[in-house]
Design a protein around this ligand. Structure first.
Ligand SMILES: Nc1nc2c(ncn2[C@@H]2O[C@H](COP(=O)(O)OP(=O)(O)OP(=O)(O)O)[C@@H](O)[C@H]2O)c(=O)[nH]1
Ligand SMILES: [Mg+2]
Length: 434
């Protein structure tokens, strides 16, 4: 197996760059770069030379012998000066050696997983952690990286295996009638487990939103100030603003951070009756977006917030915003007065949104944030639900089979040893060097 190497930092220029080398040949680096062997786990300053004995850099080097390393393999870290010339020289020396090659995306983490240092949910969380941009994304990913989901998964799996073991002993005594309370305890356990899993699924939509962003769509008649609000909130001139009705035609998307909540804010075409085909398409797009949103902000510069088009979306939270309140104020406590021009009501709007998002947030850690995990738990729930109606006296084997399916599904979350393509899919989302 090749020993892999890569820069652990992506910045083009930085004071220090760390090159990580992982694999069985990592320990040969002192010989390759002509420097004196260092003590394991001790940071030492060394001069690194190329193959012609020309100096490359004065670097801080640390050798971590495996298997107690982040990859589970021997690992060398070279803390070089951040110049791309130095980096290139290091790469050239290693590339000349056929035992080494540049790491693929996520390959360090992949090796950590294959060597059992972390499980799959932790590997996935590491990618989320690196990519986290808001406080709440950070919290969810660091808890998953710390093993919160692994712990829960292990608990579920143990419960299932435990029930299965019980059931299999019962199958061995198939000739005798089972004590009634035994059947009941068994079913009670399954019901409890189902409850716990369903609870995790219930909070999963919050979890996935935490990863991808809560969607807020602006809906209003033309010219009420939707694009002006988007520009104001994003602090950029994203959308064109004019005093002509019907300026915005397409859906424009901006990503924002509202007190730790990742937000995707959609600016849309103003809703009105129109014969213009392009505007009609825009209006339909706006309503489509609204349907899939967590919040619809209904904007109006008059006291008219009725949109029959939104009737089929009763479940989406709606916030009524009266725009251009520098010109006129509406006295109605269900309506938020706002002026982009005079900076009135913006903080209140953000607070209203954040307060609502907080009500969606579960009290406990969010466990399921990924479709892969959600799918596995749903499959397990399906299998376990089948057990409820089975009479253990008549068909214990069938119950055992459903338990086995559930255990397998749950096991998939943390371990996927033989499903290479899923591994490729997971690790291809990583950047090189992770
Ligand atoms: N007085 C005042 N005018 C505003 C305010 N916000 C926006 N406007 C003006 O209202 C007009 C329309 O603004 P836009 O942001 O383009 O409105 P829109 O809802 O995106 O319009 P469409 O894209 O056509 O649907 C512009 O002339 C803005 O300058 C405000 O708070 N006060
Ligand atoms: Mg607009």
């Amino acid at each position: 197996m090749y020993t892999i190497f890569s820069s652990a930092s992506n910045a083009y220029k930085s004071a220090i760059k760390i090159i990580r080398v992982s694999g069985s040949h990592a320990k040969e680096l002192p010989e390759i770069f002509s420097f004196k062997v260092t003590k394991p786990r001790v940071a030492s300053i060394r001069k690194l030379y190329d193959l012609k004995k020309k100096i490359i850099d004065h670097a801080l080097v640390i050798f971590f012998p495996g298997p107690k390393t982040v990859t589970g393999e021997d690992l060398f870290e070279l803390h070089i000066h951040g110049s791309s010339v130095i980096e290139k020289k290091i790469y050239n020396v290693l590339c000349d050696n056929n035992k080494f090659r540049i790491a693929e995306k996520g390959e360090f983490t992949r090796r950590a997983f294959l060597n059992g240092v972390i499980d799959l949910t932790q590997a996935e969380a590491l990618n989320d952690l690196i990519n986290s941009e808001t406080e709440n994304q950070f919290k969810a990913s660091i808890s998953q990286y710390g093993g919160a989901l692994s712990k829960k998964t292990l608990h579920w799996r143990n419960e299932i295996i435990h029930s299965l073991a019980k059931l299999e002993t019962l199958i061995d005594f198939a000739d005798e009638e089972l004590p009634r309370n035994l059947q009941k305890t068994f079913h009670d356990n399954v019901v409890l487990l189902l409850k716990d899993m369903k609870r995790a699924i219930k909070f999963s939509s919050y979890g996935t939103r935490l990863r991808s962003g809560f969607v807020i769509t602006l809906i209003g008649r033309p010219n009420v100030g939707k694009s002006s609000l988007v520009n104001y909130l994003s602090n950029k001139k994203i959308a064109i603003v004019t005093n002509q009705a019907g300026t915005t035609r397409d859906v424009l998307e901006v990503t924002l951070d509202f007190e730790g909540f990742p937000i995707i804010l959609n600016d849309t075409a103003g809703i009105r009756k129109t014969s213009l085909e392009v505007e009609k398409i825009g209006i339909n797009k706006a309503l489509e977006k609204a349907k899939k949103s967590d919040i619809i902000l209904i904007l109006s510069d008059k006291e008219d917030f009725s949109f029959p088009e939104l009737k089929p979306m009763p479940k989406v939270k709606k916030i009524l915003v009266h725009t251009k309140c520098d010109l006129a104020v509406i006295k109605n406590n269900k309506v938020l007065n706002l002026s982009v021009k005079k900076d009135i009501g913006i903080n209140k709007l953000v607070k209203t949104i954040v307060d609502y998002l907080k009500t969606l947030s579960p009290k406990e850690d969010v466990l399921l944030t990924k479709q892969r995990h959600i799918k596995a738990v749903k499959e397990a729930i399906k299998a376990l639900s089948n057990i409820i109606d089975i009479d253990l006296n008549k068909n214990p084997e069938l119950a055992a089979e459903h338990l086995r399916i559930a255990a397998k599904e749950i096991g998939k979350m943390t371990n996927l040893i033989d499903v290479e393509e899923i591994l490729d899919d997971i690790f291809s989302n990583f950047c090189i060097g992770k």
